[in-house]
Design a protein around this ligand. Structure first.
Ligand code: UDP
Ligand code: UDP
Length: 473
């Protein structure tokens, strides 16, 4: 890919399509966009540009973008200047959602950027869909929307406007939502923010859901073996009628970008027996409350297993100035010394999950983490905390990729319901000893490998998307 000559064309003389990718904010969105960029460029003969809005919210995103552009010179940055935003309007709001809003309000500035780039198609992040589709239409540019989460959550997003319209008499109250042809999303699994009609995330989510029919196509980082009902229902129009073609292209394979971290946990991991280590991570953008952090520490210790734990002390990594000893106590760190590796630094999660020493993943079920666990065949203890994570945990449980204790609390429910150390230790011990889940996880891994290999369903979906981009559809 890095050797690609822009617009050199393929063997039949068709021009190389130039696909412009527009991610929103946060590693959970940037990582799949990066994977899509390198797949389009290396595997499918496209020129690719990635729109960036700098400075990024987190330093992880800045490091990741720098590593991408260094490793793949054929993937070019297109810098979007953001319109100024009065942040006092969003006091206390999630900084990543505020960035979505900042990009959304800068949508008109995209037009000259896209017009100057001689793009063949735009692939925009779901968080930006409703404002970006009209800009692309105005330019006559095909616009695809990329849903970086699960097909199940995508079907919920696509259906929610219909649900709200049908229940208009009850105001904005969202109860259990039966997504046609997919599953029931119980009220307790609906992302927290969506219960508040005035939350910026809610307004964006509903507007984006309503806009899908105007896109030229929809991409989702999903595959049928993991979410058979959702993928089929989205494609067949069972969820909502009138959706454009749906391309299930997951699980997108890791981009070959050199690790951006120190790798200091690798010698420790290398020294551990096969499948003996519990890997614990709650993703890139949330910190557990202090009392929950302490009972997790005690639970991991009481499980008797080895563990690699990535601890986050703040929502945005730039604010993560605390010390492990202050967060967890020096006594704990001394007691687990040697048997565990605890770090506040970024780890290369794909490498960790593919390491033979890792036998279990305690995960918040951010969708990228789920697809990475699926691709590496590591069983999951699902502990969703926020947003789409309970919906994703349901996918994990239904597919047999892991276990989800539904009564374990999530953000906003903490008061008095901190999950106990005993519960955590018990679950870790039982899933580590569960041969059946290990076998199912291995079969999910094999299915994932098949769909992304040449000729597999996800590979063909991506090839079809590229054909459309080449043909200007
Ligand atoms: N990640 C990583 N190292 C870390 C934390 C996260 O490589 O220390 C990656 C992880 O592999 C995944 C992404 O960052 O690809 C996080 O996305 P996900 O959807 O799992 O969760 P989010 O962070 O958006 O909640
Ligand atoms: N360790 C850790 N997090 C770190 C660094 C070290 O948990 O970021 C723990 C881990 O258990 C590791 C042990 O400290 O096995 C040994 O650390 P180090 O490599 O610094 O050597 P030592 O303390 O044995 O001289």
């Amino acid at each position: 890919c890095s050797a690609a000559v822009p617009n050199s064309g393929d063997a039949r003389g068709s021009p190389r399509p130039h696909v412009v990718l527009l991610p929103s904010a946060g590693m959970g969105h940037l990582v799949p966009f990066t994977r899509l960029a390198t797949a389009l460029c290396s595997g499918h003969g496209c020129d690719v540009s990635v729109v960036t809005a700098v400075p990024t919210v987190s330093s992880a995103e800045a490091r990741h973008l720098a590593a991408l552009f260094a490793a793949f010179p054929a993937v070019r940055p297109l810098e979007l200047d953001l319109a100024s935003l009065d942040v006092s309007e969003f006091a206390g709001a999630d900084p990543f959602y505020v960035r979505y809003e900042a990009i959304r309000r800068s949508a008109s500035l995209l037009a000259p950027l896209l017009a100057g780039a001689s793009a063949s198609a735009l692939v925009a992040d779901i968080a930006l869909a409703s404002v970006v589709i009209p800009v692309a239409k105005e330019l006559g540019l095909p616009c695809y929307v990329f849903f970086t989460g699960s097909a199940t959550m995508f079907s919920f997003l696509a259906y929610l406007p219909t649900y709200l319209d049908a229940n208009a008499g009850s105001g904005h109250a969202i109860g259990d939502v039966d997504v046609p042809g997919v599953c029931r999303v119980p009220m307790s699994s609906v992302p927290q923010a969506l219960h508040d009609p005035d939350d910026i995330f809610t307004r964006q989510f509903i507007a984006n859901g309503r806009s899908l029919a105007n896109a030229d196509g929809l991409l989702v980082n999903a595959f049928d073996a993991l979410e058979p009902e959702a993928v089929a229902a989205l494609r067949r129009g069972t969820v909502v009628a009138g959706l454009p073609p749906v391309f299930a292209v997951g699980p997108l394979s890791p981009a070959s970008i050199p690790a951006e971290d120190s790798g200091n946990y690798l010698p420790w991991l290398d020294a551990q027996p096969a499948r003996s280590v519990v890997y614990v991570s709650f993703g890139s953008r949330k910190a557990l409350p202090r009392d929950q952090l302490n009972s997790l520490a005690a639970g991991l210790e009481a499980s008797g297993h080895r563990f690699l734990w990535v601890v986050k002390g703040a929502v945005v990594d730039r604010d993560d100035a605390g010390e492990l000893g202050d967060l967890l106590g020096e006594g704990f760190l001394q007691r687990i010394h040697g048997r565990a590796f605890v770090t506040m630094e970024w780890v290369h999660q794909e490498v960790v999950l593919n390491h033979p020493a890792v036998g279990l993943f305690i995960s918040h079920c951010g969708w990228n983490s789920v697809t990475e666990a699926a691709a590496s065949g590591v069983p999951v203890v699902a502990w969703p905390r926020f947003a789409d994570q309970r919906v994703n945990a349901g996918v994990v449980a239904r597919a047999g990729l892991g276990a989800w204790v539904e009564r374990w609390s999530w953000e906003g429910e903490e008061d008095g319901v901190v999950v106990s150390a005993e519960d955590i230790a018990g679950k870790v011990k039982s899933v580590m000893a569960d041969e059946a889940v290990r076998k199912t996880a291995a079969s999910v891994r094999d299915a994932a490998a098949r769909v992304v290999a040449a000729g597999g369903t996800s590979y063909r979906s991506l090839a079809e998307l590229v054909r459309r981009c080449r043909d200007g559809l």
